[in-house]
Design a protein around this ligand. Sequence first.
Ligand SMILES: C[S@@+](CC[C@H](N)C(=O)[O-])C[C@H]1O[C@@H](n2cnc3c(N)ncnc32)[C@H](O)[C@@H]1O
Ligand code: SF4
Length: 405
Amino acid sequence: MSQTIQFYPKKTVLTHSKAVNLTALPPLALYIHVPWCVKKCPYCDFNSHELKNDVSDIEADYVNALLVDLEHALPLVWGRRLVSIFIGGGTPSVLSVHAIERLLSGVRARLPFVSDIEITMEANPGTLDNAKLKGFRDAGVNRISLGVQSFDDGLLKRIGRIHSGAQARAALDTAYQLFDKVNLDIMFALPEQTLEQLQSDVRTALTYAPTHLSYYHMTIEPNTYFHRYPPKVPDDELALDMQAFIEQALEDSGMRHYEVSAYAKAGHESHHNTNYWQFGDYVGIGAGAHSKISAHDGIIRQARYKHPQRYLDAVAQGDAVETFEQLSAQALPFEFMLNALRLRDGVTVADFYASTGLGLMDLQPALEKAQAQGLMEKQADVLRVTDLGWRFLSDVQTLFLNDSP
Ligand SMILES: C[S@@+](CC[C@H](N)C(=O)[O-])C[C@H]1O[C@@H](n2cnc3c(N)ncnc32)[C@H](O)[C@@H]1O
Ligand code: SF4
């Protein structure tokens, strides 16, 4: 039975005239943030902090806080089943097997799961051994996302990783023995990386016959060490050659470039990330985590306090939510398209209606401009970016932003 939930914004940010009206609710996912790493990487602007103490001193309190945080969020999602869980970070694999067991059994006791739920955990090869990976699997994790970044020892050192290429390969060997679903995170355009080094990384990755791979262009982000002390990175032309090689090699191996940075064999796409890109719902718990939750009469976004200690204190005081926003119907075309445009197969007008309550008319002005510029196409019910639009994605997104109020 469906229900109508009333949201009472405590820290209301926005109010708008046109109301949201949904006939059904989208799939619901859970994101759990673990904000610690062994060492902060110089390129990384994620909400991650170097572990100063032994993790055993803090993990029990953090898992308790996550479960209390989840409990506070339950009234927003009563009666709904989780389709996926993503334990991300930071580096969740710094936690012990016992902590992950307690976390997942605590989540299971509070929210029902669909029978084929995808439970992903991010892991850094420098924090793993066979027993630990097996323990995570036995605790319920069924998909591992390994932060490989490169297999080249020199490059790994240059980007401040705590592991070697051999450790990355050993972690992959074990992951493939234990898990049906494994993702590799790799980056390109690394400091002073040559095309030959990139080709060697791609070829090594392909020896594992991966079913899912996320290949990111390393960006220099504000508030990182690399922003303060910029390394020499490949120029745009070389980066484009690298991107072209990656696309060709992965597609030749049977993977599809289904999202800007994601490649998968058919049927192995990440459920959790696809839910984000399709404007599905997610509850985010943990330091700095974001939520997007629909009810029949409204869609909200929330963000938790970012600093781990501030987050723990806020949970203890009864509310970890720092910002709260009720989305207006006028904002939804941009909110929806921002993510949907990332999907190579695009989205249908029916998907847009199901998750926003709006129709094609509400997308029309930006869509027409994008079509006129050859950036998007509409075939029957499907809206997707063209090859040109794919290359200039932020321009396409801007068209939808400019048409929102
Ligand atoms: C939370 S981390 C993954 C797990 C773990 N912390 C690790 O690094 O092994 C998520 C991924 O984001 C990517 N990433 C982080 N910073 C990036 C940047 N500046 N540019 C591109 N990709 C980045 C990396 O590939 C990284 O594996
Ligand atoms: S890339 Fe991963 S290991 Fe490195 S600081 Fe970021 S979250 Fe931590």
